[in-house]
Design a protein around this ligand. Structure first.
Ligand SMILES: *Cc1c(COP(=O)(O)O)cnc(C)c1O
Length: 341
């Protein structure tokens, strides 16, 4: 298979249409079989549920080439079950989880020419999503839905090594108590756009959101979960009903315990404790872990001892182990790596 002529190292994170996408439609109470299509455009009613009441959710994962030349996807079954949770919360029909994984395999295989080669640092980003497609004007769930998966090649997340970032404590909330913070809904992102642009205007890379009820506990950023390392080398990660359960974070917790023999605490984390941690990182599919060097809180700065030059040593070990598992240098736990071809 000849790869597309793309400057893999320099494509950045933008949308570049690929040859095929998967589409399935839900109508009269049932999903059709779904198929691959070359049509990147969607035509829907002006009154579609997604356009009026934001009835939509999504997922995100990556396909990449391992050292031995296989095209693989990391734990797509967890994306399938998380999307099912999102759909249930938004009164949308679940796309069957096994069919979801099959559709991922189909769309990645069809776009093989866009899967970046091993060593480029680039990956093929996979975006499954679903939306209410028929007209709704009274507030209620749609009757018809479309489930789609497109792919787009994205460049290496860290071009010149993983430099620690600076984040600020946000005065806005990303989720309400007992709201939709624990599902991957577009609406959570819509309300985070103003705070993230404001953070950027003020010179910060990301927002740290606190728990919306008491504003004393750490939740997450707009699109990544936190992990902290204590001075005695324990991994601490916030637990809350309004955090999106990151697959990367859950995988890192497993790696910390089972591969590195570290102690892990998944618990409420008070913001007041943060100044005592030795290392801090943000976890998500895109970067695996982005190190945080500094947190700005209304005039006070928390500077982690790991500094602003490189990842702290424990986070580096976690990062190296998980990326080693993903790339096939380290043996993966059963079922983590889905080989496409
Ligand atoms: C997608 C997402 C994450 C990261 O999840 P991964 O499964 O690790 O990619 C974290 N927080 C939010 C709010 C997200 O939407």
């Amino acid at each position: 298979m000849e790869k597309k002529n793309i400057d893999w190292a320099n494509i950045g994170f933008g949308y570049m249409p690929t040859d095929y996408r998967f589409v399935a439609n839900y109508k009269d109470g049932a999903w059709d079989e779904g198929e691959l299509t070359t049509d990147a455009n969607i035509t829907i009613s002006e009154c579609a549920g997604v356009l009026q009441y934001a009835q939509t959710c999504f997922e995100g994962m990556k396909a990449y080439t391992t050292e031995d030349g296989h095209i693989v996807v990391f734990r797509p079954d967890l994306n399938a079950s998380r999307m099912a949770d999102s759909c249930r919360r938004l009164e949308m029909p679940v796309f069957p989880e096994d069919k979801f994984v099959e559709a991922i395999e189909k769309v990645v295989a069809a776009n093989e020419a866009f899967v970046p080669p091993f060593g480029s640092g680039a990956t093929l980003y996979i975006r499954p999503y679903m939306f209410g497609s028929d007209p709704v004007i009274g507030v209620k769930p749609a009757n018809e839905y479309q489930f789609r998966i497109f792919t787009t090649p994205v460049g290496p997340y860290f071009k010149e090594g993983a430099k620690p970032i600076t984040i600020r404590v946000s005065d806005y909330d990303r989720a309400a108590p007992r709201g939709t913070g624990n599902i991957k809904a577009g609406l959570n992102y819509a309300m985070s756009l103003y705070p993230i642009m404001e953070a950027h205007r003020q010179g910060f890379d990301e927002n740290m959101y606190l728990d919306p009820a008491t504003r004393t506990k750490v939740e997450e950023t707009g699109g990544a979960n936190f992990i902290f390392i204590t001075k005695d080398g324990k991994v601490v990660t916030p637990k809350s009903d309004s955090i999106l359960p990151s697959i990367t974070r859950r995988s890192l917790v497993y790696v910390a315990k089972e591969y590195l023999g570290l102690e892990v605490e998944e618990r409420e984390v008070l913001f007041d404790e943060v100044k005592d941690f030795a290392e801090c990182g943000l976890c998500g599919t895109a970067a695996v872990i982005s190190p945080v060097g500094k947190i700005y809180d209304h005039g006070n700065e928390i500077c982690f001892p790991s500094g602003m030059e490189k990842m702290g040593p424990v986070i580096q070990k976690l990062y190296d182990t998980l990326t080693g598992i993903q790339m096939g240098h380290i043996e993966a736990p059963e079922g983590w790596i889905k080989v496409i071809k």
